[in-house]
Design a protein around this ligand. Structure first.
Ligand code: UDP
Ligand code: G50
Length: 467
């Protein structure tokens, strides 16, 4: 396609955000990657935005890339007559509202864009509403999947599995046998997917049938880490009709950095020895019980390593207003301060994991966090609380760059004793094997992102298609 002055027209790509920092972050990183390859980007953001973390991330992204056009989609009010209006997870509720709103509001917004876009990349939660609208528009729709390839296998296979399970009599009831990949223990499957009455179950049932209508799926992952799942998907083994899967390595970007110059965390890290610090952060929404928070405090103290601990007391950051002293109590707070740094704020995790003082990461296993640890070659102690996080923990375990104590169950449901945590932290920090594997996989990730690596191949192939 040529413009009137004869120069090659640049691909115009629209990206559609959903809700949750774990969904927004990888979508914005895809946008940054496309910008790097000279695509022109329009970012559609859904308002109101649920968390401060997301609002700030979007602002930082837009100020780092002033050439990006932002279009705001103002969500319809919650529908009290909707059968799903009693959803108690604020993120799930927001997804439902956004799915309904996109169905009504996206078309005029797309038609107002000039030039008309060459492609649309949607967060996975919104794609069924998007394809309803774009069916007659000649606009290829791609999905950004915010989890691992193995989780996508479960998603893609879900409706086929559930519809046929009544006819399978001699199944092993403890596992889901996804064709082409090693069996998935039901104990690792997101619990809501085992409850047919849950809204998340309905979402997986309905949405998985619609995957064949997509032009492609971006999965932030590494070939070396997930070759089995990627091969099974791309060869049609998992289920027929899966569009091309594009594995890409997404790394922390400059636009995510804090704007303020003073940064007490980085200064504190500067004063620690290389690879000595245990970093603990459970992501953007996993809050812990007060009882577990106290045990963690004691566990970090007994592990005898310096630590950087990001405490989270409420699922929504806007509601997380109590001070550290209120949450931890003065006594524990005093003891902790002698050994490490405890904060209760949004930190720049990408930057922290890249600091040479960090030796290990106690993580809830959100997929972005796992990939950030990989990017910086940091070993993990996996402690998944809910959702897709046990599936991600399995990838860490099989990849050999982290430990996972399966008997700890779901962290959202069980309290682990401080001493036990302290012991596992020591094991992670002293393991040479984990260190070597983390370094190995870091090198693989860097290769994928470097000149002529798999990221470049994928993006160039897509840009050719979009021209
Ligand atoms: N994150 C961060 N600072 C925090 C908490 C989280 O930068 O204090 C980032 C983290 O680096 C990751 C994202 O937020 O990029 C969280 O996504 P993830 O998939 O790890 O977990 P989720 O929050 O979705 O459970
Ligand atoms: C959030 C959550 C639970 C959960 C997941 C979350 C995932 C990610 C993949 O992101 O499994 C996903 C696929 C389809 C979809 C939403 C999320 O509609 O709270 O399991």
């Amino acid at each position: 396609m040529s413009s009137s002055n004869g120069t090659h027209r640049l691909p115009q790509v629209v990206l559609l955000t959903s809700s949750g920092a774990g969904h927004l972050t990888p979508l914005l990183r895809v946008a940054a990657l496309l910008l790097h390859h000279n695509c022109q980007i329009t970012l559609i953001t859904c308002h109101p935005i649920l968390t401060l973390a997301e609002s700030q991330l979007i602002s930082k992204f837009l100020s780092a890339f002033p050439q990006v056009k932002e279009k705001q989609l103002h969500l319809l009010p919650h529908d009290p007559n909707n059968v799903n209006s009693n959803i108690d997870d604020p993120f799930l509720l927001q997804w439902e509202t956004a799915r309904r709103s996109v169905r009504h509001l996206l078309l005029p917004l797309l038609l107002s864009l000039s030039p008309f876009p060459s492609a649309l990349v949607s967060d996975v939660t919104l794609f069924p509403s998007v394809i309803e609208i774009t069916e007659n528009l000649n606009l290829p729709v791609y999905v950004q999947f915010p989890s691992c390839a193995r989780m996508f296998c479960l998603f893609a296979y879900f409706s086929a599995y559930m519809t046929s399970s009544s006819t399978r009599s001699n199944d092993n009831n403890d596992v889901i046998e996804i064709p082409g990949v090693w069996p998935m223990a039901k104990s690792t499957v997101p619990p809501l997917l085992l409850e047919p009455k849950s809204i998340f179950y309905s979402i997986f049932m309905e949405d998985s049938k619609k995957i064949p209508k997509l032009s492609g799926i971006f999965i932030p992952t590494l070939e070396t880490l997930e070759s089995e799942s990627l091969t099974a998907l791309n060869s049609g083994k998992v289920v027929d009709g899966v569009p091309p899967i594009y594995p890409i390595v997404l790394m922390p970007c400059d636009f995510e950095k804090h704007l303020q110059e003073e940064n007490k965390i980085m200064k504190w890290l500067d004063n620690q020895s290389p690879r000595s610090v245990v970093y603990m952060n459970f992501g953007s929404k996993a809050a812990m019980s007060r009882k577990q928070i106290k045990e963690i405090g004691n566990g970090l103290i007994t592990s005898a390593y310096p630590f950087l601990w990001v405490v989270k007391d409420k699922e929504l950051d806007k509601e997380d207003t109590e001070s550290l002293n209120e949450v931890l109590g003065n006594d524990l707070m005093e003891k902790l301060e002698r050994k490490g740094l405890v904060v209760k704020e949004w930190v720049n995790q990408g930057e922290i994991l890249g600091h040479e003082a960090v030796g290990g990461f106690v993580s809830h296993c959100g997929w972005n966090s796992v990939l950030e640890a990989i990017w910086h070659g940091v070993r993990l102690l996996a402690w998944p609380p809910k959702g897709d996080q046990k599936v991600n923990a399995e990838a860490i375990d099989r990849g050999g760059f982290g430990l996972w104590t399966r008997t700890w169950g779901w962290a959202a449901e069980m309290v682990v004793k401080g001493e036990e945590l302290g012991e596992r932290i020591k094991e992670m920090m002293t393991s040479e094997e984990l260190k070597l594997r983390a370094e190995h996989i870091r090198v693989e990730a860097r290769k994928a992102v470097g000149d002529g690596g798999s990221n470049e191949i994928v993006i160039k192939e897509l840009i050719e298609k979009w021209k």
